[in-house]
Design a protein around this ligand. Structure first.
Ligand code: ADP
Ligand code: MG
Ligand code: MG
Length: 887
């Protein structure tokens, strides 16, 4: 053994903790070693570390002598543990070659089973097992898998050959094939290989082994692996490990079986064993959807009203042992486990365990349950749930009252509801989704090549596959609703139509999926808002107890404020006022104001807007009673409000009594070459103080009115945007203070309020110490701050940011997740300088980043007082803030 190869199982006594470190031996390898070390039955094997993958791909795809020697040692270990010999004609050792990155990664090389079979060893396997049918079946599986996965040959020719063989014999199922039939097929398979690649199928078992090892490493660089890495933020330099493991056979007759299982239900979180298994089958058969798997437990079989016996009933002894292993594993890993096992002639073998993927609902339930069981503590429960996964639960679900025009019912593979246009392939899904259309990807079954389309789709529907099929597993991981195994679905790719339950659906027609019960419905079905009750409420309560930062929301309508408050928002961090100006009733007055040449004209128009604006704030303040509300004064360049097209100009001309030509000329004068850096933000307030005056008046009048009426006030925090200098803020703060004084005198009422600024320009961050003399609070406007610091226009970035992220120039889209190294420095510095001037300065963040868990962790690090997120992200931010506090 050297530092690149680690043995496991079969009495391997490695104390080297690296063998159980996922970064070294990958998730699969580390867990195999771990299971073996706690005494579970694991077929012996060895793992080649992830570092070798990186070296291999860097060094021209070659293996060095040290590695060759270490692998030879590894094979010896397995030979010794099994009493078989690799390549031996009498008593051959067969192995599987399995990839395994740090995190489980669809897109990596598929496993090759039964490696070590050739024309000689197959005879040994037949004689040794006394079952030639099994031996030849294994050999044909091996040739097909190896050809597909390692040699890169098209698998269709092999599949066709098998179909023809069955037809010729008048067989229906694979199980009817005899030893001789398989043997004949093996001959044909070898001929196909010869024909396709111009050389025979490799007979040398060592050549087979090295071919497979190289293929695993190369698959790390495959397109589908790259896509998956990009979607999941997995660094390219992690590499994958290779696991070589003695084969155990689930296909050795009726006392053999293979299956997958979860220690709790991954869809609901229920504490019940959950899984699928097949008698007389080998690994891939369960997930591939070739045969329909059977239920693991009797309860599940009965609930589904299924006939074929559950494992609990058919193999009670092996099942009891398996159930015992489930308990040991949960106790050991303190989390729900996703397990692969095989029973070889009555003996149970564990082939894999990992922390199971789960739906958001299940994650919540398991975290709360496990804390209740004493398996984990509250802090661990909080850390268990991925904040972003909550998104699945925060969106509307199908209205139980709505009528459903049901086409068919499949398996509820991934919960949630989705409506969208039917598309039949991943590329179309991606294309149409990019144009903003909601699509449902409808496939016979999915494969790793479909990942980009699954990601683009709102939901996934497949005709084949069980609850652990590719579609189901990937959809659950992505949080996409999925209905699988809808056998009443057929697709005609030529006419691009589907038949579902006897009805014809053309591509583009809208259907709705209910991933929670498997319903597939015609058309769009109405939805209802979710509620934060049950486990969700419990976990949120724990999160609130453990977090330090407050969570506010970005909202500007009473309805959004209401949603946010229900979701636990503790105030408004950003109430933009420009959206209010677009309202159909007022846009005319707004345009009049903008196009007026003189102050009087502007004031006249603003006088019309004042009551409207005051009503906006009154409605918001009512909802937010008792909490702070930050209102940003007008920010965007004025030309955004200008009339578009002749019709709107004519309408305005009529309202103002001014000529269309005159208005058009005036509008032309407002044109800017670079509006994001133009006449906007506080520059509007400096040049047209009457605008900010009107807004300040509306705020204070509304605040006084609400306080009078309800005896409970909000604390208005008036926020001046795009400040670069202390002087700007000084001028505008004086204005706001004067208006406040006037209003309070008129209303005979005072209230607490604050004036502060956004920090969204690099100069403001640099000068924060000075600006803090005028500002009682800073709110980091990280959208603009990112834009101005990176010199990247947010509105134009889509064209190049994708490739930038792919090339690792930015680890993630800096408009989604804060550029901590760059922009983060400015935030940290401004916070520090602001605090130095004013120790009790209130600090928050109101950019898009306020709802992004990684950015929230950074905000905790620099000790901001609050983050502000869009209403549906508030619970995500609450949980992320708690996780940030817990570290
Ligand atoms: P994946 O990551 O795609 O699940 P795996 O390496 O886990 O790939 O293997 C695919 C299938 O082959 C699984 O069902 C697994 O249990 C089975 N398998 C892998 N190695 C062995 C082995 N040594 N003996 C029997 N079955 C195996
Ligand atoms: Mg597996
Ligand atoms: Mg801004």
């Amino acid at each position: 053994m050297n530092e690149y190869v680690f043995h496991f199982g079969g009495g391997a006594t490695s104390d080297d903790p690296r063998s159980r470190d996922k970064t070294i031996t990958g998730g699969k390898g580390a867990n195999l070693a771990e299971m073996a070390s706690i005494g579970l039955p694991v077929p012996p094997g060895f793992t080649i570390s992830t570092e070798v993958c990186t070296l291999y791909n860097q060094n021209g795809k070659t293996f060095d002598d040290a590695l060759r020697a270490a692998v030879e040692q590894g094979v010896k270990h397995v030979e010794k543990a099994t009493g078989r010999t690799f390549g031996d004609a009498k008593n051959p050792l067969l192995v599987s070659v399995r990839s395994g990155a740090r995190v489980s990664m669809p897109g990596m090389m598929d496993t090759v089973l039964n490696l070590g079979l050739n024309d000689e060893t197959v005879e040994g396997l037949a004689a040794g097992s006394g079952d030639p049918r099994f031996a030849w079946d294994s050999y044909r599986r091996f040739i097909q898998m190896y050809s597909d996965v390692v040699l890169g040959l098209d698998h269709h020719r092999f599949e066709d050959a098998l179909e023809i063989a069955k037809e010729d014999n008048g067989y229906f199922a694979d199980v009817e094939m005899s030893a001789e039939d398989w043997q004949k097929l093996v001959k044909e398979y070898k001929a196909i290989v010869q024909d396709e690649q111009g050389s025979p199928f490799p007979q040398d078992v060592n050549a087979q082994l090295w071919g497979a090892i190289g293929a695993v490493f190369e698959s790390w660089e495959s397109e589908r692996a790259k896509v998956y890495r990009r979607l999941n933020d997995i660094p390219a330099d992690w590499g994958t490990a290779v696991n070589v493991q003695a084969m155990v056979f689930g296909n050795m007759g009726e006392t053999s079986a293979t299956g997958v299982a979860f220690t709790r239900d991954p869809a609901t979180g229920e504490k019940a064993y959950y899984g699928e298994w097949l008698v007389n089958a080998q690994g891939e058969d369960v997930v591939a959807g070739i045969r329909t798997p059977q239920y693991l437990t009797r309860a599940a079989r009965e609930a589904a009203n299924a006939k074929p016996l559950s494992m609990e009933e058919a193999m009670p002894d092996a099942y009891a042992e398996l159930a015992h292993v489930f308990e040991l594993l949960e106790q050991h890993y303190k989390d729900m486990q996703d397990i692969e096992f095989t029973v070889e002639q009555g003996k149970l073998w564990m082939l894999q365990t990992r922390n199971g993927k789960r739906t958001a609902k299940a994650a919540l339930k398991m975290a709360v349950d496990m804390a209740g069981e004493g398996l984990i503590d509250e802090a661990t429960a909080i850390k268990r749930v991925d904040p972003m996964a909550l998104d699945q639960l925060l969106h509307p679900t199908l209205d139980p009252e709505a009528t459903r025009d049901i086409l068919t019912r499949g398996l509820p593979a991934s919960p949630g509801a989705a409506s969208g246009a039917v598309v039949f392939d991943a590329d179309t899904a991606e294309k149409r989704a990019e144009l903003g259309e909601a699509v449902i990807l409808v496939r016979v079954e999915t494969s790793p090549e479909d990942i980009h389309g699954m990601h683009a789709a709102k939901g996934i529907l497949t005709a084949r596959g069980g609850m652990t099929s590719h579609a189901a597993v990937v959809a659950r991981g992505m949080g996409r609703p999925c209905v699988s195994g809808a056998s009443a679905l057929s697709i005609d790719m030529k006419s691009r139509t589907a038949r579902i339950g006897g009805r014809e659906i053309k591509e583009g027609e809208v259907i709705t999926l209910d991933g929670s019960n498997g319903d597939v419905m015609m058309g769009r079905v109405a939805t209802v808002e979710p509620e934060l009750v049950g486990d969700f409420g419990t976990l949120m309560g724990w999160a609130d107890k453990h977090r330090r930062m407050k969570v506010r929301t970005n909202a500007e309508t009473p309805a959004d404020c209401q949603v946010a408050r229900q979701f636990g928002a503790e105030g408004i961090g950003l109430c933009r006022t420009e959206h209010m100006f677009f309202d159909a009733n007022r846009i005319l007055a707004v345009r009049q104001m903008i196009l007026a040449e003189k102050e009087e004209g502007r004031r006249a128009a603003l006088a019309k807007l004042l009551p409207e604006q005051r009503a906006d704030f009154t409605a918001i303040f009512e909802v937010m009673r008792g909490l702070p509300v930050t209102i940003r004064l007008l920010d965007p360049p004025l030309h955004e409000f200008l009339p578009q097209g002749d019709e709107e100009f004519e309408e305005l001309a009529e309202a103002t009594g001014l000529g269309v030509d005159h208005l058009k000329r005036r509008a032309g004068e407002l044109h800017e070459f670079n509006p994001m850096l133009g006449h906007r933000g506080c520059r509007l307030g400096i040049t047209f103080p009457e605008i900010y005056e009107m807004q300040a008046r509306a705020i204070f009048e509304a605040a006084c009115d609400v306080a009078d009426e309800f005896g409970e006030a909000i604390v208005p925090e008036v926020m001046i945007p795009l400040v670069a200098t202390k002087r700007e803020l000084e001028i505008l703060k004086t204005l706001v203070d004067r208006v406040a004084k006037d209003v309070f005198a008129e209303k005979d009422h005072t209230l607490d309020y604050m004036v502060g600024t956004m920090i969204e320009l690099p100069r403001a961050a640099l000068m924060a110490g000075e600006i803090a003399q005028e500002a009682r609070f800073f709110s980091f406007g990280t959208n603009d701050l990112t834009q101005t610091t990176l010199g990247v226009s947010r509105d134009d970035a889509a064209k190049f940011l994708g490739p930038y992220v792919e090339k690792g120039i930015y680890p993630r889209d800096p408009f989604v997740s804060l550029d901590i190294d760059g922009v983060g420095q400015l935030v940290e510095m401004a916070a520090e300088r602001g605090r130095k001037t004013r120790t009790d300065i209130k600090l928050g963040i109101c950019g898009e980043h306020g709802g992004d868990p990684a950015s929230i962790a950074f905000c905790e690090k620099v000790a901001l007082d609050y983050v502000s997120a869009s209403p549906y992200r508030v619970p995500i931010a609450r949980l992320a803030a708690a996780q940030a506090t817990l570290g």
